[in-house]
Design a protein around this ligand. Structure first.
Ligand SMILES: [Zn+2]
Ligand SMILES: [Zn+2]
Length: 335
């Protein structure tokens, strides 16, 4: 699996000389798996990094390079949707768009999911093209977080997708179920890219994503976790530790230095002591910080990374086999 950070800035897009190294685009990630057709793209979140993703793709490969766009949302805060309406992929009707995301309640107590997010971004007078105009090309699937309905695991194969109950997924990884019902066919689990979710600690309903590939004997081959927009905790809850364990790469919200966190506690973001606690509680070898504060210069982003390393040392984490770094826009990882 290869994953690419298209946007690693938190809260708002920035453009200044002192952020040139890590970049200023808001959250968006591309997930590439040999199990999924190269014409079927998987993207998490549509911050301004999504605009870059789409415009590069169209510029370099043309509109026919994509047949399906699977867009998974962590949540609908502005910095995770503000690249949606300007992304050229949204205007290519031949590209089928499959939207996934949690369902929250809006201020009128009405359900708010991916389609509502899309309608809000494409609404007059905020934008001249309305969602109705592009809706024909969209099929919408809601992924509900565990708290409000039984959790689900999204499965991708070739140019197809389906979702299964978490209980079924558990039987599959235990080897009790040898095949997965995928439309009208049955597939071996080693052909599937699994996407699991976990409910984050954040002001609105927010999901973390874990992408996994298993081999024929159901050994975990590779796993990537995107844990963005998660409020720093003192300890790592056992269920989160279980969700993270075994991942080859973790991208984790570490927006604030400890100093800044004192003013920003409760805003729903991470700090170095929290990321160090994750290093202590898990075995993840590569941990990268994301959701960089818009005020943070490149030097500041690196100072926050160094704070993580210092806290990890204090907690007795052996960093010889571990890598802790700050992730920048357009960085690619072989997972
Ligand atoms: Zn955010
Ligand atoms: Zn948020």
């Amino acid at each position: 699996m290869i994953v690419r950070a298209m946007g690693t800035r938190g809260s708002v897009t920035v453009c200044r000389p002192d952020v040139a190294r890590y970049g200023g685009n808001t959250t968006s990630w591309e997930i590439m798996s040999s199990r999924v057709s190269s014409k079927s793209r998987i993207v998490v979140d549509a911050g301004t990094g999504f605009y870059e993703f789409g415009s590069r793709l169209i510029r370099e490969q043309g509109p026919d390079a994509v047949e399906d766009l699977n867009l998974l949302f962590t949540h609908y805060h502005n910095d995770h949707v503000n690249g949606l309406s300007m992304c050229p992929l949204m205007f290519v009707n031949s590209i089928k768009k499959h939207l996934f995301g949690p369902v929250d309640m809006d201020s009128h107590n009405l359900p708010f999911g991916p389609l509502a997010a899309l309608e809000q971004e494409f609404s007059i007078p905020r934008f001249p093209v309305t969602a109705e105009k592009i809706r024909e090309a969209i099929s919408c699937v809601d992924v509900s977080p565990p708290e409000i309905s039984p959790d689900e695991v999204v499965c991708f194969y070739s140019n197809k997708r389906t979702s299964i109950k978490h209980s079924i997924y558990r039987r599959i990884i235990k080897g009790e179920l040898k095949q997965i019902e995928f439309g009208d066919t049955q597939l071996d689990p080693d052909k599937i890219l699994f996407a699991r979710t976990f409910r984050c600690v954040h002001p609105q309903v927010t999901l973390a994503y874990r992408f996994e590939e298993y081999d024929r004997d159901m050994n975990l081959e590779s796993a990537f976790v995107l844990l963005t927009d998660y409020e720093a905790q003192v300890q790592v809850p056992a269920d989160l530790a279980a969700f993270l364990r075994g991942a080859n790469l973790l991208a984790v919200d570490c927006q604030y230095s400890m100093n800044k966190y004192r003013q920003c506690a409760g805003f729903g973001h991470g700090n170095p002591r929290w990321v160090a606690a994750i290093l202590k509680a898990t075995d993840i070898e590569r941990v990268g910080t994301i959701h960089h504060d818009p005020n943070a210069s490149d030097e500041h982003v690196e100072a926050i990374r160094d704070e993580v390393i210092e806290f990890a040392r204090q907690k007795g984490v052996n960093l010889k086999e571990r890598e802790v770094f700050a992730i920048g826009d357009f960085q690619k990882f072989d997972v």
